[in-house]
Design a protein around this ligand. Structure first.
Ligand code: TXA
Ligand code: MG
Length: 313
């Protein structure tokens, strides 16, 4: 499928057009507070299948379903007390909950890749929320990047990876958080951290009053859990203090480097800039050396993405 990709803006006309395209089964890249998502109507099997085709995902891996509010989420999953506590505390926001899928959900089975569970999220981004409300239905959306590549945090990143493969991109500037949502599994005996992300796990543990089980990557079939994921074309070297020959340096804190995630050492700023800086340094074709990042708060999710970007492939 080759078609010109329309650029829409977050005006009433742009929102209406995005919702209309989704309703008609087309793919639309949508801004969220975490990263841009590649959206399709989650009830439309053909539309969901075309997400996999556009991304070049090698197999059907489950997708996150985006919803306008908690009440709508309850229509699709079996709600629990823990889900309620987390949703009340952090929705709308950078948190995804995996819960048992309801039998009569009406969702395409491709969304869950046949699993008995469903990942749901109520996003905070105003333009995304308006699209969800206008469509009045669930939107399945993985990150809007070709499979295995760096996630998109601007409409330019989306076009660079998917131009001509999707109907439209709703451009509403850079994503404020810059890292994918934190995924919590609520289908087992205790809440599990399935993916570190834009909401620090410390905040989730505080809201639950208990520590999260950290699930062994080997048990998960999730693509975000694959060792090599979020990979730039260039090689990546971690814990670098200086750039060697043929390298560009991605810094953190006060230092001499090619691009700095946060000169003041602020992890929130670093998260917001991570994927954009990786996209920019990737374009140099040189090896990307990355300075050490503190491993707490959002630093955990940043280090998780960097480790995957550096993994052998
Ligand atoms: O911030 C985000 O989460 C972005 C925006 C667009 O919402 N989306 C995103 O989607 O990062 P994606 O497809 O790139 O990552 C979704 C992750 C995958 O690792 C997938 O395997 C996992 O969620 N997942 C989805 N459904 C699941 C389920 N039922 N059980 C376990 N993991 C699931
Ligand atoms: Mg992704």
């Amino acid at each position: 499928m080759t078609q010109p990709t329309e650029t829409l803006t977050a005006t009433p006309q742009g929102i209406a057009r995005a919702a209309r395209l989704l309703q008609d089964g087309a793919l639309v890249a949508l801004p969220t507070e975490t990263v841009y998502g590649l959206g399709a109507d989650a009830r439309n099997g053909e539309a969901v299948a075309s997400i996999y085709a556009a991304k070049g995902r090698p197999s059907f891996n489950p997708l996150i379903v985006h919803l306008p509010d908690i009440d709508t989420a309850k229509r699709y999953v079996d709600w629990t007390e823990e889900a309620d506590r987390l949703a009340q505390a952090f929705w709308p926001g950078a948190l995804t909950l995996v819960l048992p899928l309801k039998a009569d959900s009406g969702l395409s089975s491709l969304v869950t890749a046949g699993l008995p569970s469903l990942a749901v999220r109520v996003p905070a981004h105003p333009a995304m929320r308006q699209v969800l409300q206008t469509l009045g239905g669930p939107v399945a959306a993985p990150s809007a990047n070709p499979s295995g590549k760096i996630s998109a945090t601007t409409a330019d990143h989306v076009r660079a990876g998917l131009d001509g493969k999707i109907a439209a991109v709703l451009d509403d500037g850079a994503c404020p958080v810059g890292l994918e949502s934190t995924i919590i599994g609520l289908t087992g005996p205790c809440p599990a951290l399935l993916r570190a992300g834009g909401l620090p796990s410390e905040a989730i543990e505080a809201a639950l009053g208990q520590t999260l089980e950290v699930v062994d990557g080997a048990e998960i079939i999730a693509p975000g859990q694959l060792a090599s994921h979020y990979a730039p074309g260039a090689a990546v070297r971690l814990n670098a203090r200086t750039a060697g020959p043929g390298e560009v340096l991605l810094g953190f804190g006060e230092m001499i480097c090619d691009l700095n995630l946060s000169p003041s050492g602020d992890l929130t700023e670093a998260a917001a800039k991570l994927f954009d800086h990786l996209h920019q340094l990737d374009a140099t074709g040189q090896t990307i050396a990355v300075a050490p990042i503190p491993n707490h708060g959002l630093g955990r999710a940043i280090n998780d993405r960097l480790a995957r970007a550096a993994a052998p492939r």
